[in-house]
Design a protein around this ligand. Structure first.
Ligand SMILES: Cc1ncc(COP(=O)(O)O)c(C=O)c1O
Length: 479
């Protein structure tokens, strides 16, 4: 894509970068002061060993943060608890890259945990935001941007006929839960172990990455009454779902799931599972909700529901639709959405909901994603990446299993198959920790937990992917 090539030439230090990709001893350009640091590739990668990477500033800032913020962070999985070592403190991001407080540059596969699908700090999104801020950062009153954004979502997402914007994925999911209950008059819901739907009380049961990474079975502070109506089943287990419907006849409001799991590592559904959920919910008078906070506009232009050809009743969204600003949304069939206040009796509100800056960033992001070749690019770079990493791992004698769809990928140190959280949990976490630290030292930033999916963007180039595969080859030899 033209736009990708332009971004790349503006941001990459071609020669030094290429060199980093293939040499055992590589030059690492310190982006902050322009000096070139020659780093020896470590012989043995060990999370506990003294880091080869200079992270003096990261350590200073994070040490201070631990006195100021619980655990030094504002969201737990950022804390590197499961991979060891201190987190890297970011200074800025651009395109496919993140730059830390010490000036080290990384090819980034976290993408702010999903939103950065058109590349970090995309010039067009930035320009739109600069223009929008002149009109004010928040209105607290209707504005036409909300209609434009709503039309963009309704046009793209098969199940959405009407939408409510909120400020986070958590807010979208807790609101949709209330909506499923309000619409059906039933209280019980079915979720799947390893699926995360934000941190509302009712969902904090076997909730995947964040809690699993910290080894928390469930969170204290969640009253038993809040989770009493939450039934949990294994992902990809249709018979288990049918059994729950049998045992709770006429009492289930709905089923919520990640249509591709990204919070237990990357786990795709079987087509039969999704189709079976659609059939059983319809037959039992329950609602089906796809939580597309992570998969929305990433798996396909019309989200995972378009990719798999299964239309749920409701959908939650977030991440990508905010273009990096805080946004969530829930939407679906009009007759269901009309239950939401003030159209209907189910109360849900938000001071910053439909915020004009967030709408602006989202509209521009969806516009860029709708251009020809966008999803082809995501598919091409991501499959090249996952195939390259898997080949490199196997050549070095590691048992791995993994895959990708569009701009989302993941692999496990596990012979597989991985169909649910329980399978994912059998992976070699210590090996993942060594892999993660090794990749950081090679200039690649991956999510600091084996229970997280990875993300690519329109700004990732084939050169970035090959650089990453070469880095992985080096690391796989040492772990
Ligand atoms: C599938 C899914 N649902 C909901 C959420 C919660 O979104 P947020 O972190 O914006 O509250 C997440 C966050 O990662 C998610 O992956």
């Amino acid at each position: 894509m033209k736009q990708v090539a332009a971004t790349r030439s503006a941001t990459i230090q071609g020669a030094a970068h290429a060199k980093r990709g293939c040499a055992r001893t590589h030059q690492h350009l310190n982006e902050r002061n322009g000096t070139v640091v020659v780093r020896a590739t470590p012989k043995r990668v060990n999370a506990a060993a003294a880091p080869v990477l200079n992270t003096t500033e990261s350590e200073r800032i994070f040490t201070e943060a631990q006195d100021l913020l619980p655990g030094g962070v504002n969201s737990p999985v950022r804390a590197f608890k499961s991979v060891g070592g201190q987190p890297i403190v970011f200074d800025r991001v651009k395109g496919a890259y993140a730059y830390d407080a010490d000036g080290n540059k990384y090819v980034d596969y976290v993408g702010s945990w999903g939103p950065a699908i058109v590349g970090h700090a995309n010039d067009e999104v930035n320009e739109a935001l600069k223009a929008a801020i002149e009109n004010g950062a928040s209105f607290g009153a209707p504005c036409e941007l909300e209609n434009t954004m709503a039309k963009a979502v309704i046009d793209r997402v098969p199940c959405v006929e009407m939408v409510r914007f909120v400020s986070s994925g958590t807010e979208a999911c807790l609101s949709v839960l209330r909506l499923m209950r309000a619409y059906t008059g039933n209280e019980k819901i079915i979720k799947f172990s390893g699926c995360y739907h934000g941190h509302a009380d009712s969902f904090l049961v076997q909730a995947g990455s964040g809690v699993a990474t910290l080894g928390l079975p469930d969170s204290p502070g969640v009253p038993a009454s809040a989770t009493a109506s939450t039934l949990v089943c294994q992902y990809n287990d249709l018979e288990g779902v049918k059994k729950l419907f049998e045992e709770n006849k006429g009492e289930i409001a709905g089923v919520i799931l990640e249509p591709v799991v990204g919070n237990s590592g990357f786990i795709p559904p079987t087509q039969e599972f999704l189709q079976g959920l659609r059939d059983v919910t319809k037959a039992e008078g329950a609602l089906l909700c796809f939580d597309e906070v992570m998969t929305g506009f990433r798996i396909a232009k019309g989200c995972a529901q378009e990719h798999f050809g299964i239309t749920p009743d409701l959908t939650t969204m977030g991440k990508v639709i905010g273009g990096g600003l805080p946004v969530g949304a829930y939407g679906g069939r009009k007759d269901i959405m009309q239950t939401v206040a003030p159209a209907g009796p189910m109360y849900q509100a938000g001071t910053l909901s439909g915020n004009p800056l967030a709408m602006t960033a989202g509209i521009k992001t969806l516009e860029i994603l709708a251009r020809p070749g966008a999803y082809e690019h995501l598919e091409a770079v991501t499959s090249r990446l996952i195939n390259g990493i898997m080949d490199a791992a196997r050549e070095a004698g590691h048992e791995v299993t993994g895959s990708s769809i569009s701009g989302m990928f993941g692999f496990f140190f596990n012979a597989g198959p991985v169909n649910n959280f329980e399978d994912a949990a059998k992976s070699d976490g210590d090996k993942f920790a060594r892999f993660h630290r090794g990749m950081l030292e090679q200039g690649v930033y991956m999510a600091p937990s084996m229970y997280e999916a990875g993300f690519t963007s329109l700004a990732h180039t084939e050169e970035d992917i090959d650089f990453t595969i070469n880095a992985a080859k080096e690391v796989f030899k040492t772990i």
